[in-house]
Design a protein around this ligand. Structure first.
Ligand code: PRP
Ligand code: URA
Length: 210
């Protein structure tokens, strides 16, 4: 199965991403914006969730009406920065389970290193929403998808707020079957593998570290 790539062009998402980019946006507002953007993106990413007709008695009559059916969901943030997106997605699907994949990029080689991986039970039967605000070289996302597939899950959607062309190409090449949702596709990576224009270090801006 071939996955699709969707660049979200909704003006509300674009506006909020522009606020995120602004270096004057402080930790509190940054966190709120990341969560709001994740919810708006989740709305699009979950548009193909299967529904089934269920009988409901309204005050007027009984009717068969659609309700979400089928696969169970798991939201899996890539630590740390992906944590900022979890609440926004859980606002849409409060019953989803949450897994965690801990990866950090080596500052010199920019290669991802794993330090934690805990996924919900029956992961192979779930639809996984993997989230990370930044897709830069793509190394972290590729490795996170590798982990999830190793556990037997083959239904994965990756959500990021900003992608670089380099990271998007790598993820599409290594995992052509997954759906990818990006809030914005930026211009390029700089010599330190930061996205340009980007928003800086997402983890530091969410958690107020440096
Ligand atoms: C950032 C970001 C991604 C990764 C993207 O995390 O949140 O996980 O870099 O870069 P890549 O596409 O080149 O792999 P970082 O490693 O800085 O860790 P942090 O979230 O703990 O700050
Ligand atoms: N990670 C970030 O947080 N920002 C970038 O621009 C690249 C990787």
């Amino acid at each position: 199965m071939t996955g699709k790539t969707v660049i979200l062009e909704h003006p509300l998402i674009q506006h909020k991403i522009s606020l995120l980019r602004d270096e004057r946006t402080g930790t509190r507002d940054f966190r709120i914006l990341v969560s709001e953007i994740a919810m708006l993106m989740g709305f699009e990413a979950l548009r193909d969730l299967p529904t089934e007709l269920v009988e409901v008695k309204t005050p007027i009559t009984t009717a068969k009406v659609p309700m979400i059916a089928g696969k169970k969901l798991a939201v899996v943030p890539i630590l740390r920065a992906g944590l900022g997106m979890v609440d926004g997605i859980l606002n849409l699907v409060p019953t989803a389970k949450v897994g965690h994949i801990g990866l950090y990029r080596d500052e010199v080689t920019h290669e991802p290193h794993e330090y934690y991986c805990k996924l919900p039970s029956e992961i192979a039967e779930r639809l996984v929403i993997l989230c990370d605000p930044m897709l830069a070289t793509g190394g972290s996302a590729v490795q996170a998808v590798d982990f999830i597939k190793e556990k037997g899950c083959n239904h994965i959607k990756f959500m990021c707020i900003i992608a670089a062309p380099e990271g998007l190409s790598l993820l599409q090449k290594k995992h052509p079957d997954i759906d990818i949702y990006c809030g914005c596709l930026d211009d390029h990576l700089n010599e330190n593998a930061y996205i340009v224009p980007g928003l800086g270090d997402a983890g530091d801006r969410i958690f107020g570290t440096k």
